[in-house]
Write a protein that binds this ligand. Structure first.
Ligand code: 5GP
Ligand code: ZN
Length: 111
């Protein structure tokens, strides 16, 4: 089982901010902004490259939930959503996840 599958299964503890039957949001262990949350499908999808017609409803559900998480975190001034896919993007955990970053004015650097 991959690291985030273990977190989804509760085998590794995390600070959860949202959970339902199919997705989980928890605080990043090494935050890069005052608010840094990871949102994952509980089902294992390796990365954005693994999104397909069979599982894309999970991605839609994640994006429908992100605004509610941002509101609960009081990110009234905006936030950034990032998914790193593969080595060139610096993906370190091979389970699809979306970073929510906010709580400060973020750098505009994209690469
Ligand atoms: P990536 O680099 O793959 O886009 O993002 C992986 C993220 O997972 C990193 O921001 C890293 O800090 C976070 N992370 C790695 N291991 C753990 C862990 O055990 N618990 C939590 N909460 N976050 C983790
Ligand atoms: Zn996994």
């Amino acid at each position: 089982m991959c690291l985030f599958c273990k977190i989804a299964a509760g085998e590794i503890p995390s600070t959860k901010v949202y959970e339902d039957d199919t997705i989980l949001a928890f605080r990043d262990i090494a935050p890069q902004a005052p608010t840094h949350i990871l949102v994952i499908p509980k089902a294992h999808i390796p990365s954005v490259d693994g999104v397909n017609p069979e599982n894309s409803a999970l991605v839609a559900h994640i994006f429908e939930t992100i605004p509610a998480i941002a509101k609960a975190e009081n990110l009234v001034n905006g936030y950034r959503v990032i998914s790193n896919c593969g080595p060139d993007a610096g993906q370190t955990v091979p389970h699809l996840h979306f970073h929510i970053l906010g709580g400060k004015e973020l750098s505009i650097q994209m690469a």
